[in-house]
Design a protein around this ligand. Structure first.
Ligand SMILES: Cc1cc2nc3c(=O)[nH]c(=O)nc-3n(C[C@H](O)[C@H](O)[C@H](O)COP(=O)(O)OP(=O)(O)OC[C@H]3O[C@@H](n4cnc5c(N)ncnc54)[C@H](O)[C@@H]3O)c2cc1C
Length: 233
């Protein structure tokens, strides 16, 4: 594996009015390039970079990486670059020396690796292929009789969030008790995330499931209450 780092800048929700669709440049041989994208949470993303590294723990953002992004941002949407930033982060794509996926079928198992930066879009098709190949290899593929469904709560701003749902709050006032003011996350949602089929077990898990701590203040306001809720669960 040769990690390919992608750094991104998350702009504040005030910048959301600047874009109404993804602005995607023409891709190169190695990357789809730096893009500007509105997020379902109401922020705007600028990124990512594409840096081939050897260090598999290098998930830091760097001054050079952010300067590179700002340079592209100035070209794509100059007004964005002057907007306020909520956070910066980096992730490592699972790249290899091969341009294609590393997909190989052996006697009783399938190796799937090096999916790079197409993991979300390709995962269902890859899963179907793996099932088909394992079935062909002779593995008994019996469907689970009554699978337990994991349902993500709605975190998107274009749909009704619990804090704005008067009927829901009337039924359960915990949805009207805001814990995270930046992302408007209620105590009811935190409670649900801690009691779900796949419960959050740490602050990071809770952040991903509810968006608490992911807003403008990055947990300055709600950090203590979130930690308290976790400790109590
Ligand atoms: C910069 C960048 C850009 C990308 N762009 C795209 C794109 O445009 N389109 C696309 O389709 N894909 C893209 N991808 C790829 C996509 O993000 C990944 O393929 C996808 O997120 C993989 O999903 P996953 O659930 O397998 O792993 P992850 O999303 O990595 O989730 C794994 C989770 O497990 C947690 N975890 C790890 N170890 C432990 C442990 N021991 N205990 C508990 N939890 C643990 C991690 O914290 C993480 O939350 C991109 C990736 C990067 C880095």
């Amino acid at each position: 594996m040769t990690p390919r780092r992608g750094q991104l800048i998350v702009y504040d929700k005030a910048a959301r009015a600047l874009v109404n669709h993804v602005i995607l440049p023409v891709p190169t041989a190695t990357t789809k390039g730096v893009l500007v994208a509105p997020t379902v949470y109401g922020n705007v993303l600028l990124g990512p970079t594409a840096e081939d590294l050897h260090d598999r723990s290098a998930t830091d953002t760097t001054a050079d990486g952010l300067a590179f992004l700002l340079g592209h941002g100035r070209r794509i949407l100059p007004e964005l670059v002057g907007s306020e930033v909520t956070a910066t982060y980096a992730g490592l794509r699972a790249a290899t020396e091969h341009s294609d996926y590393c997909y190989a079928v052996f006697d009783r198992y399938v190796r799937v690796a090096g999916i790079r930066s197409t993991g979300i879009s390709s995962c269902l098709a890859i899963a179907e292929q793996v099932c088909a190949d394992l079935a062909e290899a002779g593995l008994a593929m019996t469907p689970i009789a009554a699978p337990r469904t994991v349902r993500m709560p709605n975190l998107a701003e274009d749909r009704l969030r619990p804090y704005a749902d008067a009927a829901l709050i009337a039924r359960d006032p915990a949805y009207g008790d805001l814990v995270c003011l930046c992302e408007r996350v209620s105590a009811g949602e935190v409670r649900d995330a801690l009691a779900s089929i796949i419960p959050a077990r740490d602050v990071d898990g809770l952040r991903r499931r509810t968006r608490a701590l992911a807003g403008r203040c990055q947990g300055f306001h709600c950090g203590a209450r979130i930690t308290q809720a976790l400790d109590a669960s």
